[in-house]
Design a protein around this ligand. Structure first.
Ligand SMILES: Nc1ncnc2c1ncn2[C@@H]1O[C@H](COP(=O)(O)OP(=O)(O)OP(=O)(O)O)[C@@H](O)[C@H]1O
Ligand SMILES: [Mg+2]
Length: 372
């Protein structure tokens, strides 16, 4: 990716202070320049209404945090918007294009990509091969063609060149030939993000990009997210860590029990009674907007097991990561429905760390651990 090119009347997205909402902030409020507009999107699982969003607009060129307690429907909403799941009702547009019924491949090719709460890199492929898959969300292309027969000619070279630029940027270039399984959980998150960028997206949706990542890599991930915006992309990310949300989000959307219950700039939203109610239940005495309020909230939650909002990503590489030769190219597709890997909701609750996932290391200090 190149540095942002600013012409005389171009907007520097990092310093653009124009209002994000058209009028007052609040659930479902209209945005000055929305990239996604969703209406009446609902998804039920048996008796549970996981998502019931009346109206939602995601502002273009901004970093929007989607927050809410466990089970609020954040991942399900991601799955619906990106074509990985089918809603019971609803319509939504990306840059004015109706996405209803569109496959995840096509959504990605339009420029709307997402990463998963449980990282989905292919452990038995190398880092570079994973990157190349990211560029190959093309119906009908077979994995073996893409990877082993070299039939792409110039396109293949271009893809490799683009992958190398991104790998260098994400400090994964020294791991280029290593199996993805040898990466730490944090490095897998970086790889998944880098791979998503292979389609030159306009909107990048990250489901808990920081969860389970060693603090040594957290800052690097935050910088990458800010860079996406600097380069003109729009970011929508799910995050439980309020400090992080306050640090990088321009706008915050709060979900609870499937609905959008609050929206606004971070500082305002964290003072919102609906947000405090959603997170705290009985603990109404904490002011998220006050100095120390967020910390106080986290302390209260830590002491109250039923209110735990943190999520650890196990960085698990599932059996599905083992590709058969005939696999369709999967780009960023999760396994099928019953396998909860698709939304990360089941394994996540165990909060465990994968035994086969090496601990995070600061880039450049790790040893090459490829097992051939
Ligand atoms: N495939 C599924 N089958 C049945 N129920 C599901 C499925 N996926 C999600 N749910 C339920 O839908 C609700 C919303 O889940 P979802 O994973 O979207 O929440 P979330 O906000 O992402 O939570 P977390 O912060 O824990 O990741 C939950 O009650 C969850 O148990
Ligand atoms: Mg989730």
């Amino acid at each position: 990716m190149s540095e942002p090119q600013l012409t005389a009347d171009a907007v520097d997205y990092m310093t653009d202070t124009r209002p994000i909402a058209e009028g007052p902030a609040g659930p479902g409020c209209a945005k000055r320049d929305p990239i996604v507009v969703a209406d009446d999107v609902s998804r039920r699982f048996g008796g549970i209404t996981a998502v019931d969003v009346e109206h939602l607009e995601i502002p273009r060129h901004k970093i929007t945090a989607l927050i809410g307690p466990n089970g609020a429907g954040k991942t399900t909403l991601f799955n619906l918007l990106t074509g990985f799941d089918t809603p019971n009702s609803g319509t939504w547009q990306f840059e004015g294009t109706n996405l209803e019924g569109m496959s995840s491949y096509k959504v990605a090719r339009l420029g709307m990509v997402r990463t998963f709460q449980l990282t989905k890199v292919m452990g038995k492929l190398t880092v570079l091969e994973n990157m190349r898959l990211g560029a190959s969300a093309q119906p009908g292309e077979k994995l073996r063609n893409a990877l082993f027969q070299g039939i792409w000619g110039k396109r293949e070279k271009d893809i490799t060149a683009q992958a190398d630029v991104l790998l260098a940027k994400f400090k994964l270039d020294t791991k280029r030939g290593d199996y993805a399984a040898s990466l730490s959980g944090g490095q897998r998150k970086l790889l998944e993000m880098a791979r998503a960028l292979m389609v030159n997206p306009k909107l990048v949706m990250l489901d808990e990009p920081m969860a389970g990542v060693n603090p040594a890599l957290t800052q690097s991930l935050l910088d990458h997210i800010k860079n996406l915006k600097a380069e003109g992309m729009t970011v929508l990310f799910v995050e439980h860590d309020m400090q992080m949300v306050r640090h990088i989000a321009d706008w915050v959307v709060v979900m609870a029990e499937g609905k959008v219950v609050a929206e606004g700039p971070p500082a305002e939203v964290m003072r919102d009674q609906a947000v405090i109610d959603a997170y705290l239940g009985a603990h109404h005495d904490v002011d998220l907007g006050a100095a120390g309020g967020v910390q106080e909230l986290e302390e209260v939650l830590a002491a109250d097991e039923e209110s735990v909002v943190g999520t650890e990503d196990a960085g698990i590489l599932s059996e599905e990561s083992v590709l058969s030769e005939d696999s369709e190219i999967l780009a960023v597709r999760p396994p099928d429905d019953e396998d909860d890997d698709g939304d990360g909701t089941r394994e996540r609750r165990t909060g465990r760390r994968a035994a086969d996932s090496p601990p995070d290391v600061v880039p450049g200090t790790s040893h090459d651990s490829r097992e051939d």
